[in-house]
Design a protein around this ligand. Structure first.
Ligand SMILES: *Cc1c(COP(=O)(O)O)cnc(C)c1O
Length: 421
């Protein structure tokens, strides 16, 4: 039987309506920016396989480090035990983060990193005998698919079946210089009831790569600090160079209390999530009372293989070549954004670092337009490029190893596809 048929017989794919889904494409191997299917076609992975791959597929250095680790220690319970890769990774990561981040809590993915952050935030209040029942978040936010993460994400048709079971969240607009005062007032209206504020800094990824200014976020964070509202900065997507700097935090003056990481953390090699926090948060859980403990953990907490992949990926990320590549991609994106702005099919072009996004103008209110994402997806696949438009929002989030020529080839294809619409 063909791989596609065997797949359809047993697999249920994420975010996929299985009834109407096209056949999936069996991928047999990856190398650098390319993925190869079972028929020998190759694809440029222009979305870094759901925004995770930093240095390209099957990177030899990461593979070498992980395979060495695999032969040394593959897993150990992280309660009562520790290991070098987890210690080294925590040390290295904390060195790069805002100076108030002091402790690292490991989990398995972005959603769990967010769950841990929410629990830290809510129990922080609880441990001090305060009752705070609400979270603050941005409209259109996306923080993951587990229940806590869903609760603080924008509500939509996707979350509707669970609506009654999600906890209460105050949703506000992302800040602009015009609405800041109004946002502050909305926050004040809820007084002391807010346990914490969770946000995607500078870019709301899943919402369609919506971007907003660091200055305005800083102002909002400053206000939350004054109001003693804890801040969770979800850098699951923006972390590890995506925005052109190591972290979105590097654009900000204010420091969050808690931060979340995943996606690029291991260079896209293995699943892992990290939640970091300040000593202030950490200390609020120290007590002779057992119930003050953070009762959270996963079987694979701080898996040594994932920690090793993350260490190797961060080493690659910090080397000159990668840093140059990130700069170069950012510049290429910037130049191409100017060309896109001239295109009559295109509007709302936006860019930060290696993330470039734009929208297809809705010239006719037709059902065709609702299907435009899928149509574009297929057009690019035929051309050997993986793009996954979010509705009419197209974006590029390439691995940092993409060459100038490969990126130019992607741009050329984009212009050709646009003119074919
Ligand atoms: C993808 C994402 C998550 C969820 O991460 P998963 O690993 O998919 O669970 C959380 N927050 C942000 C900002 C994300 O982009």
């Amino acid at each position: 039987m063909k791989l596609q048929e065997r797949d359809r017989a047993v697999n249920w794919h994420p975010y996929t309506q299985m009834k109407t889904a096209d056949n999936v494409i069996p991928i047999t191997r990856g190398k650098g920016v390319y993925l190869y299917d079972d028929r020998g076609n190759k694809y440029i992975d222009a979305v870094s396989s759901w925004w995770v791959t930093l240095h390209g597929h099957a990177h030899p250095y990461i593979a070498k480090k992980v395979s060495e680790q695999l032969n040394t220690l593959e897993q150990v319970i992280f309660a009562g035990f520790t290991h070098e890769p987890a210690i080294q990774l925590s040390e290295n990561l904390l060195n790069l983060l805002p100076t108030n981040q002091h402790k690292v809590f490991y989990s398995d993915n972005g959603s769990t990193a967010v769950e841990v952050a929410l629990k830290m935030c809510i129990q922080f209040a609880h441990n001090q005998g305060q009752k705070k029942s609400k979270m603050l978040a941005f409209k259109n936010a996306y923080h993951g698919d587990t229940f806590g993460a869903m609760s603080v994400s924008g509500r939509s048709l996707w979350t509707k079946p669970f609506g009654e079971m999600l906890f209460e969240v105050i949703f506000i607009d992302t800040p602009t210089s015009e609405n800041l005062e109004s946002l502050k007032n909305q926050i004040l209206n809820h007084g002391d009831d807010i346990a914490g504020f969770i946000f995607e800094p500078l870019v709301q990824g899943a919402a369609g790569m919506l971007m907003y200014d660091a200055e305005d976020l800083d102002e909002l964070m400053k206000f939350c600090r004054e109001q003693k509202i804890l801040m969770i900065q979800d850098e699951v997507f923006t972390g590890f160079g995506r925005t052109g700097r190591l972290f979105a935090a590097n654009y900000l003056l204010e420091k969050p209390d808690i931060m979340c990481f995943s996606k690029g953390l291991t260079g896209g090699t293995m699943p892992m999530g990290i939640t970091t926090c300040s000593n202030e948060i950490y200390n609020a859980f120290l007590s002779d009372e057992k119930y003050m403990t953070l009762f959270h953990g996963h079987s694979f907490t701080a898996n040594p293989l994932a920690c090793t992949a993350a260490l190797a990926s961060m080493e690659l990320l910090l080397n000159d070549e990668t840093q140059q590549n990130i700069k170069r991609i950012s510049q290429q994106h910037f130049q191409f954004s100017k060309i896109l702005e001239q295109n009559s099919q295109v509007e709302n072009v936006r860019q930060i670092g290696t993330i470039l996004a734009w929208e297809i103008k809705n010239n006719e209110q037709t059902s065709y337009f609702n299907e435009i994402g899928k149509l574009l997806y297929n057009k690019f696949l035929k051309r050997g490029i993986i793009m996954r438009p979010l509705g009419n929002v197209m974006y590029l989030v390439p691995p940092y190893c993409i060459t100038a020529n490969e990126l130019d080839l992607v741009y050329t294809n984009i212009l050709e596809v646009l003119s074919s619409l």
